[in-house]
Every structure is written in C-alpha cells, then in structure tokens.
Ligand binder design. Structure first.
Ligand code: ARG
Length: 456
C-alpha cells in the first residue's frame, strides 16, 4: 500500500521502492506516531470530520496496535510498506476498515515525521540523563574509596604536580555534568510541537494547535509552518551533545589506558572487563576502553553527515532529511552503550596506590613548590624560577630528586634555603596547601564530593 499513487499511470520500479524505503529504521517511531495520530483523531472529532464512534474506534485500534508491537517489531518489519506512517495506516484500515481512511485528513507526513522524531528525542534525552547520573554516582563511589591516593597530575603528558586520585576522578564528574546540562537545554528546544503545520503551509480546518501539543506531550508549539516541517536543528544539536559527550568518554578512556599500562601501573582493570591475546599469553588488554575511544569516530561522522546533508536544502521539507534518522539512532545507541560501559568500568577498577606514590616520588613534581618556598622567603618569582631551573639541571646531572639534595648544595644556589625546605616540598604538605576552591587538597576534594552528591 502507498499513501500516494492516484496520479501515477505506471507501477513503481522495485529497486526504486527499496531505495525510497525508511521502514527498516523508522519503525522505532511507531509509539510516537500512534500518540500523534490519536491526538489528530481528537482534532478531527472536534472539527466534526469524524464522529465520536469513529474517533473511539480509531483510538482503540491504535492502542491495540501499540500493544501488539510492544517489544516486537517483527510484525512491522515483515511488511513492505514505505515507512512507519504508511504501515500504521495500512494496519488501521485492515483492522477497522474505511473509518481509518479519514484519519489523515489535513495531516502530512512532513509534520508527522518531525513530530514523532522530536518525541523520540525527548524520551532518549531523559534516558541518557539517567545513564549519565549513574556514571557520576560510580565516580563518587571511587573518589571516596580512594580518597587518600596521591598521584602525579600531568600536563603535556609530562608529570606536572601532585594531585589526589579522587581529584582526577572529579574532573570527569564535571565534564559529565556539563553533558547533562546540555541535554537539559536540548529538552527545552525539543518542546515545540510542529503538528498543525500541514505539508508546508498550515491546516485549512479550524485547529487548536495548543491542544494537540498538549495531547502529544509538548509544552509549546512551533511558530512558522514552513520552518516547522524543515527544521532539523534539534537533530544537529542532539548529535553535537552526543559528540561532546563521546569526546569526554574518549579522553577518560585515554587516561585510563595510560594509567593501566605496565609502565604507569596506576590502576588495574578487573578480569571481568578485560580481554586476552590469542597469541601472547601474558596480555590483559583494555579493549573496552579502546572500543569507546574508537566509537567516537562514528558519532563525529554522523554529526558531520547530518550537517552536510542539511546545508544545501532549499525550504522546506525535502526527502534528503530522511537521512537524519539512521545517524541519530545509531549515535544515541552508541553513546548509551558507551556510558553504560564506563559505569561498569568505574565499578571494576582498582587503584595501585603504591605505584601512584612511587611515580610521584621519582619525579620533579615538587619543583613549583621549591620555587614557592623561595618566594615565601622573600625572593621575587622570576629569580626564584631561574634558580630552581638551575637546581633541576644539577639534580638531573647528579641523578637525584629535589628532596635528596643536601642543604649545603641547595644553599650554593640560594642563601634563602633552610632546613624547613624539605618539609615544605613533601607531597603531603604540597597537597594540603592546594586549598583553593576546586583545588586538590583533601579538604577541598572531600568538600567537592559532598557538593557533588547534592548536585546529582
Ligand atoms: N520518511 C520520511 C522522512 O524520514 C518521512 C516524511 C516523508 N514525507 C514525504 N513527503 N515523502 O523524512
């Protein structure tokens, strides 16, 4: 069955029909389409195009179809209909006969597809926010469990300064929090119902668009019918939210992959989420992290594909737009799977506090604090920087770390050095002093954890 055909003399070419089809992916919108059709049937009753009995039959039948297809898309998929809208109409007609043929009065697929897609996006966004919350909870669990672990913080992948492992964890809490904020903003964008826009120019029957919006769970309506049927900004916005979220996960994975190397040995992934090598018996590989990092590519690809697909489209609806859905559906699925995997990772990782500490001790991560020491004693910053730079050169030559240099040697660089310097540049003292809001002192990190729990 087609929703068109009257003006055609020849039957369609089969290859073209297959090429034109979207049912194999847009069937996931069946519930949303049903909700909007029920809302439309109420409008048709209001305009007296159908009577009460007809409206009830349509509504009951649509609800029955909804139940029949719940978690079982097979009955839809074995049909050869062009799209989900066609399938629903065919199904309705086969179940309740010609009453169903009135249902599409004044209604275009152009407005229907974007309405259903927006509804689907709203549900997916809410699900994703819940998944992200779970990751945040697991991050907090790990931060509390390892609150006393100190480790090197890196810039340029060079050891920079000491930080708490929990402080590193909380940096990802913040990134994920911004992902949630972006999704919540997207929910606002998604709250404008396009129904009542027709194919492009509106509806010629008296229609209360606000009532239809309410019946389809939108809080507002779109303002221009031409824009309504051709707007896919929300798809691009959703894909950008996903892309940014995947970028965050990918960076997290990159950190964890490094922490998990035999060289760093800061963490160990549990056997339950690691895989082995078919040839090298010693290997325990972080496939899960590499896969998430790798899947970033397909999501970015989808964002770019949809942007490019849209950029040359004249007003208003064009079939090009059918290409948005596979990208969006795949990206939403990919992000959801990756978020859930990361939640699992946080529950299946252990931290090697000794390796973290050792790596910090065998480094010059306290150089900035040696500099601060001189500043505290009265020397200006620039000269102190120069002096500590020279001490580092000396230390590298002597194969020593800063706390192993004797006081007399230090004094040969500056008279400001005294015995209290060793305590000043000890890891614990360094961390304690980083007590600015958002800093890495235990005091601040504990406070951040407390606040983070409330913010969730
Ligand atoms: N399958 C189409 C899409 O995904 C639905 C709208 C079709 N409209 C039309 N006039 N052919 O965009």
């Amino acid at each position: 069955m087609f929703l068109w055909g009257g003006r055609f003399n020849k039957s369609s070419n089969n290859d073209f029909l297959n090429f034109n089809k979207s049912l194999y992916f847009d069937h996931v919108l069946v519930e949303q389409d049903i909700i909007s059709l029920i809302a439309w049937s109420k409008f048709l009753l209001y305009t007296k195009i159908i009577n009460k009995f007809e409206q009830k039959s349509i509504e009951n039948c649509l609800n029955k179809i909804k139940n029949d297809v719940k978690d079982n898309f097979d009955i839809i998929l074995k049909s050869d209909c062009e799209d989900i809208h066609t399938w629903l109409e065919k199904e309705l007609i086969s179940r309740i006969g010609k009453i169903a043929k009135k249902l599409r009065t004044g209604k275009s697929r152009n407005e229907q597809i974007t309405t259903s897609l927006k509804m689907w996006c709203k549900i997916s966004v809410k699900e994703l926010i819940l998944c992200l919350k779970k990751v945040q909870l697991n991050i907090l669990y790990l931060s509390e469990k390892y609150i006393d672990v100190v480790m090197p913080g890196y810039t340029h992948l060079q050891i920079a300064q000491p930080i708490l492992f929990s402080h590193w964890c909380l940096s990802y809490y913040e990134m994920i929090n911004r992902d949630k904020i972006r999704l919540n903003n997207l929910l606002k964008t998604l709250n404008f119902c396009p129904l009542g826009s027709g194919a492009i120019s509106g509806v010629s029957y008296k229609i209360d668009r606000y009532k239809i919006a309410k019946d389809t769970f939108f809080s507002n309506i779109t303002k221009n019918s031409i824009d309504s049927v051709s707007d896919r900004d929300y798809v691009v916005e959703f894909l950008s939210c996903i892309s940014i979220g995947m970028m965050h996960l990918s960076r997290l994975c990159e950190d964890l992959i490094f922490f998990n190397t035999s060289e760093a040995n800061f963490i160990e992934l549990s056997d339950r989420i690691s895989s082995g090598s078919s040839l090298m018996p010693q290997k325990k590989n972080p496939d899960v992290l590499e896969l998430i990092r790798g899947k970033c590519g397909r999501v970015y690809g989808s964002l770019i594909s949809v942007l490019v697909m849209l950029k040359g489209i004249p007003m208003s609806y064009n079939k090009d737009m059918q290409e948005d859905k596979e990208h969006l559906f795949d990206s939403v699925n990919t992000w959801k799977n990756c978020i859930n995997m990361i939640a699992l990772v946080f529950k299946n990782v252990s931290v090697n506090s000794n390796s973290c500490l050792k790596s910090l001790e065998n480094s010059y991560s306290n150089a900035t604090d040696l500099l601060d020491y001189l500043v505290k004693k009265g020397l200006n910053f620039r000269n102190s920087h120069e002096i500590v730079g020279n001490i580092i050169l000396y230390a590298i030559k002597k194969r020593k770390y800063l706390n192993q240099i004797s006081i007399s040697a230090l004094k040969s660089f500056s008279n400001f050095f005294e015995k209290d310097v060793y305590e000043y540049i000890s890891i614990n003292k360094i961390l304690d002093r980083k007590d600015s809001i958002g800093g890495t002192s235990k005091n601040q990190v504990l406070n951040s954890i407390k606040l983070a729990k409330k913010r969730i």
